[in-house]
Design a protein around this ligand. Sequence first.
Ligand code: ADP
Ligand code: MG
Length: 696
Amino acid sequence: MSFFRLDRPVQFLKGVGPVRAEALGRMGIVTARDLLYYVPRRYDDASTIEPIGQLEIGADVTAIGRVRSKGVIPTRKGLRIFQAVLQDDSGMITCAWPGQPWLERKLQEGDLLLVAGRVKFFHGRQLQPREFTVLARASDDAPTQMIEGHIFSTYPASEEVPQWVLRGLFEKNLGALLTEVPEEEYLSGAERGKLSLPDLAEALEALHRPSSMDAVETARRRLAFDELFFLQLVQAQVRYHETFEKPGLVFERTNELIRPLHEALPFKLTDAQARVLREIYADMGSSRRMNRLLQGDVGSGKTIIALFAMLLAAESGRQAVLMAPTELLAEQHARRLKELLEPLGLSVYILTGQLKTSQRNAVLGALRDGTALVTVGTHALIQESVDFKDLGLVVVDEQHRFGVKQRMALGERENPPDTLIMSATPIPRSLAMTLYGDLDLSLLDEMPDGRKPITTLLRYPSKRDEVHRFVDEEVEAGRQAYIVYPLVDESDKVDLRSATEEYERLSNEVWPHRRLGLIHGQRSSEEKDQVMRAFLAGDLDVLVATTVIEVGIDVPNASVMVIEHAERFGLSQLHQLRGRVGRGAAKSYCVLVAEPGEVAAERLKIFRDTSDGFAVAHADLRIRGQGDLFGAQQHGRDPILRFADLSRDEGLLMEAQGRARALVEIDPELNGEGVTRIRGLMDHRYAERLKLFSVG
Ligand code: ADP
Ligand code: MG
């Protein structure tokens, strides 16, 4: 049984019978609430609506009038034009719809029409509407409330449920529905005041009948806050469960290893690194479990952070592991850790599939008896039933392949370790907070000094020969290059063939004198590994790849990244690829080959001119929108975020997260009397939508 009156079927509203209820259902309007939260697709400000008598030839206008007369006029060329004369208090104008004689049956004399378009001169003034809407039918009670307001709301309509029907439904029901809204208000007047948000009823009224465009924005912010707050509330509960309820570890800092590493480092930590390290040490030093996501652009210095975190664990006599998504990356990490730790007298162990049985058994033994304090491996290191004596810290490199489930599995161990997840794919803070609201977030938003900028170039396909010559010159100078083709989807055979064919063509016709390698998603991991190793060793000059090249792979000698069909990649993906070069002493280049349409051209130019990964990610979010944010998790008609806009609502999101976390820390199960309504909304109103974010 439902908790709120607004959950009743839409069928019980005025003007809705069983047939219309079904039609509304097909538009996603099933309950009274669905109607109340049905978002207009556009608003027309009355100040932009002009009296018909004053419409000027040449102007682009929006006007409202009643249909006084209508008819279909044939032309000599056989085109049939529907015409209607619209009238308001100030005058009349002819509207014409060439080639749409069927409107004759749709529009009636007396209908109230909103039209938008350019006024032309044709036997007097004529308007050919770009867009029009029937605001009310002749048969409806004349001029309605909705039209007297200053702003006109236009809804997404369907053939079955046209605009005027929707407007009629709001006309008949909005007032009554709004009286039911206060029972769902969960913010007190004082809280709303602090957040500068209107009350819910006021917001919903303004959604449909705004007095100004500012009121629309204020309403949107309120409704956005609600979405963000309840999403954060579920995540805050997961966080509470993982962070506070699990037995935590308190790591004791002796500086026995940390100080020598500080002294041995050839550089000083950046301010961002120092800040992030303080955040991590505070988590590890407290009795609660660490569940932290560390975001930092390629090259921002995450490995050092991981290292210091592992040293704190080691100082307290507990074991720490660093997990990488591939063996190659694990080996790369192990090499770097060894360079820094072995001088301090600390051994670094590595566990991968490459080990011989005897070596493997030795490492397993060291993990079991606790001698292995610092170990590097792939995800298998902890997924397999490897025995640890006292596992204190798990650092995961790259969160993308390390999903929520794997994270949860870590927490389910008998003595769950502290967890630090590192991601080299910068995403805007708002997005990270939304997708990973159950984790605490640290940002490395500063690059170490002295990074050489990578030059990014845009080239049309017609200049491909030049690009190839350039690559050849770099190879001649002893460097290496990547050529990347898009692969929209692993099963996209056409793309796959084109890349393979291109590889053949490049090897045989363009660079017969060079050594080329090919990597794509359908080669076995041994094959990929072999090719990558050859490239790393300098045995290949050019690496042709269809899928994303191993994230994080470090080939300092590679100085050119050519990306074909660059317009088909997201900006963040392009940034990832660009990060594969610029790692050595040589000047590096990223060349985007694209036939850009206007939008793509704009996007790619932003990319060319932006080197900061977070700025790129933000531009990507702004340009692409958050539409496919939750991927498969988002079920069609009921998106998780309809009002919130993560490219602008970061402040609101911070408030929502702060409130949600504070509430849950005081009352984890939300049992208290003061939060009955919030609990009710969680269980009834948001349950379905938020299922994906909650655990078990
Ligand atoms: P990430 O893992 O974030 O891509 P790394 O940790 O691999 O970055 O660091 C990239 C390079 O920068 C490494 O060679 C590292 O030694 C160096 N580095 C890290 N921190 C600093 C710093 N504060 N100043 C100068 N160089 C740094
Ligand atoms: Mg702790």
